[in-house]
Design a protein around this ligand. Structure first.
Ligand code: C2O
Ligand code: CU
Ligand code: CU
Length: 461
């Protein structure tokens, strides 16, 4: 039994027009199907539940159901969690046990994967580990949120299609004493064309070789974000698109976090490429002038010079307080680990847009060789990209340290779970194998993963 009514259920009830009953149980299938997914949450998608720092179990309910989803100007027959795209933001204190009951009101199976969180393998949402949640069924995911950071959740069954249609949301794990930002924004990026371009809402992303011009932020094209002048804003950016790349200029903001929470040192003034699946935490010091967040043109094939930048969102300050200094944060400034100079696993990435076959080490999933490592092993993985496109390399169940890119170590210790490997780049990663199971390892350009660019890394007990 649940200790208290859930805000998520309340929000769902509100959206589905069944509020009078005080619960969401009375919704008819027709109501679910016709519910128009609420979009346009500024400056953040609503939270599924109030953050209760004293709670050691954070419980949520998510219902996946068909919905008419507003993607920018257009609508599409899509899918939504609790009637909204992006799905609710789940915010929990670090160390909490997270319990999420997923109800599947779709007419196809689904699962939830907790991207970036080192959950037990049975909670990972990979069909071969935990099976799928059949239509009409429920399943409760349970795991400990043991690292603070910005994570996200999405299905891992028919992944390309289900994510494309609108099934994704944010999981925020807060630090035990969060820094004193004035605002904490969640900005989820997706592209409208992916969902709108083909019947059934399922795009193949071929268009992604051309620059994308229709980015949505929390469902809105080029929204205006309100902030008090003089505020320090923490902005958590999630690239939930299947194929789109963001390339943010560094002049507006300072990067304070990556895939796996806060960085060991801030990054100022550098261009930031955010591939599919990537997250970044920025600090914005808001002055009195409106500022536009822009993306340079970047496709799966890399940067596209000669195109003007595209506005993503405009930050509109109210008031006259001057731009503040950066917030004083604790940075360890740890150096990267020295490369152990051996290699346990080499993954080569190859394939071509012409054949739409995308391979890891010459193999197409599911005809793959499972690589095994033992629990406790320090595993050095070398990823070599031999293909003409970039690939966000993603590993389940473990974060990894970036040891070097083309032989060059990063300036500071850097932990990630999704790393965009540029054309012809060689990236060396260090993974501490501390989570037993058969883990998905794949490119997060979801049509690439569907086209075979996926393998399995086994951590044996
Ligand atoms: Cu977002 Cu298999 O991951
Ligand atoms: Cu993942
Ligand atoms: Cu790829």
């Amino acid at each position: 039994m649940r200790a208290r009514p859930l805000v998520a259920a309340f929000v769902a009830a509100l959206l589905l027009g069944s509020l009078g009953t005080g619960c969401s149980e009375s919704k008819s299938e027709a109501e679910v199907e016709r519910a128009v997914a609420l979009t346009g949450f500024l400056n953040s998608p609503p939270e599924a539940e109030d953050l209760d720092r004293s709670a050691d179990v954070a419980r949520f309910e998510l219902t996946a159901a068909p919905a008419t989803v507003a993607f920018g100007e257009g609508t599409a027959d899509g899918y939504a969690y609790n009637g909204q795209v992006p799905g609710p933001t789940l915010r929990v204190p670090v160390g909490a046990t997270v319990e999420v009951e997923l109800t599947n009101d779709l007419d196809v199976p689904t699962t939830i994967h907790w991207h970036g969180v080192d959950v037990p393998v049975a909670m990972d949402g990979a069909p071969w580990n935990s099976g799928v949640v059949e239509p009409g069924d429920s399943f409760t995911y349970s795991f400990v949120a043991d690292r603070a950071g910005t994570f996200w959740y999405h299905p891992h069954f028919d992944t390309h299609r289900q994510v494309d249609l609108g099934l994704y949301g944010t999981l925020i794990v807060e630090e035990s004493s969060p820094p004193a930002f004035d605002e904490d924004w969640v900005l989820v990026f997706d592209t409208a064309a992916e969902a709108l371009s083909t019947e059934g809402g399922h795009a193949d992303c071929h268009g992604a070789r051309r620059p994308i011009r229709d980015w949505l932020v929390n469902g809105i094209q080029n929204p205006s974000l309100d902030a008090p002048a003089g505020a320090r804003v923490r902005a958590r950016l999630i690239n939930a698109s299947n194929c789109g790349y963001l390339s943010l200029s560094g002049e507006l903001a300072r990067q304070i976090g990556g895939d796996q929470g806060r960085l060991s040192a801030p990054v100022d003034g550098e261009e930031l490429v955010l591939g599919p699946g990537d997250r970044v935490e920025l600090e914005w010091a808001v002055g009195t002038e409106p500022r536009t967040l822009e993306t340079g043109m970047h496709t799966v094939s890399g940067p596209v010079p000669g195109y003007p930048s595209l506005p993503l969102a405009t930050i509109n300050p109210a008031g006259s307080a001057p731009r503040p200094d950066w917030l004083e944060l604790d940075y360890s400034a740890d150096p990267p680990t020295n490369d152990p100079m051996h290699t346990d696993i080499v993954y080569t990435l190859s394939g071509s847009n012409r054949t739409d076959r995308w391979l890891i080490s010459g193999e197409l999933f599911p005809e793959i060789t499972v690589q095994s490592v033992s629990l406790g092993q320090q595993v050095v993985i070398e990823v070599r990209n031999l293909s003409p496109t970039e690939h966000p390399f993603h590993l389940h169940g473990h974060a990894f340290e970036v040891l070097s890119v083309n032989g060059e170590p990063p300036a500071h210790y850097r932990l990630e779970d999704t790393y965009n490997v540029g054309v012809h780049e060689v990236v060396r990663l260090l993974m501490h194998a501390d989570n037993p199971g058969d883990w998905m390892t794949h490119c997060h350009i979801l049509p690439h993963a569907d086209g075979g660019m996926m393998t399995v890394l086994r951590v044996t007990e």
